[in-house]
Design a protein around this ligand. Sequence first.
Ligand code: BGC
Length: 414
Amino acid sequence: MKKSVFAAAVVASFVASNIAKAEPQAEVLHWWTSGGEAKSVAVLQKEFADNGGTWTDMPVAGGGGDAAMTALRARVLSGNAPTAVQLKGPAIQEWYEEGVLADISAVAEEKGWDTVLPASIAGHMKCEGSWCAAPVNVHRVDWIWANADVLEANGIAMPNTWDEFNAAADKLQAAGVIPLAHGGQAWQDATVFEAVALGLGGPEFYQQALVDLDPAALQSDTMIAVFDQMRKLRGYVDGNFSGRDWNLATAMVMNGEAAFQIMGDWAKGEFLAAGKAPGEDFLCSSTPGNGYLYVVDSFAMFDVDGDDKKAGQNLLADLIMGPNFQEVFNLNKGSIPARTDVALDKFESCAHTSAADMAASSDEGSLLPSYAHGMALRGAQAGAITDVVTAHFNSDMSSADAVKMLADAVANSL
Ligand code: BGC
């Protein structure tokens, strides 16, 4: 061994043993503050503490994570990045390009993450070949949740087409029930919009419009039909929807004030945390149409000083991908494990539907990243689309004007 190589090896093993001896510390930035979310993140906090770690919680409330991402930017700009951050999709790559992420390849390789993750999920977690994030789950976005009693009392079945949805909503409205529980926050509008786009346009259209940003698809008649349906949905929402948090909308379905909510399966985490049973108290089905819109929640580690923090990052990464954590966390969160080798025996029927549909859509090529939840596009493009979606939803803008504005906004964001 050459002298310098030998010296480097000695330093490396000294550093490794120091990190091993250091007491793991982690300041963790996340936006899991609703009932179901808090229960889920508590699983990680407990495992971290059980393994000798000290967790400093940095929750930033706000569904979809917009506020958390603003807080993150401020911290990184002031040179004081949190140890671990709930971060996903292209945002991981964006932060990597800023040169501020830590490399967690040592843990990932030692634990063989590549062998237990689907290639598509592993791809989101790697930055130029090295591991830069650890995945906790797979959430599905394109779901409709319903209050079982309300549907039964009104002689309504879960809708299989958007026309059926509209007919059910008209009937409910006539009966004095709020058809659609919705919170008027931009990310919630975007959540509904992408489910409608997938449903009315199909997977290929979704890919062209909201992943590839093809100008023809963005201005197509199909996109006009999508905005028409958004206008219809606006009419099914109650007058107090503005600014309402998503979990309060879920509560409206739970208590029978509203019939449906279109939301990712973190909403199921709320139903389950409140002791509600699928098939009895609440119903789940994918929104009308084909395909599957996925979100993979993950944690990225930021470059920080201190052996205790580095030890915390390694421990967190290891725990996040642990089979036990992936089971317990996802039972609470409403999602399914990212690892393919975790049995779903303890999961309820909606999770089984999610797993089966994910496998089928992966085979058919209709497994698609959610744009609304930061899996498909970079921040600037996703933001440009959401601004138009929300401007349309909250005004009397025509669908024709909306598609024009959409194409312009996307073009300007590139
Ligand atoms: C995240 C979920 C979270 C939801 C609501 C989504 O973007 O992927 O983990 O529960 O936002 O906050």
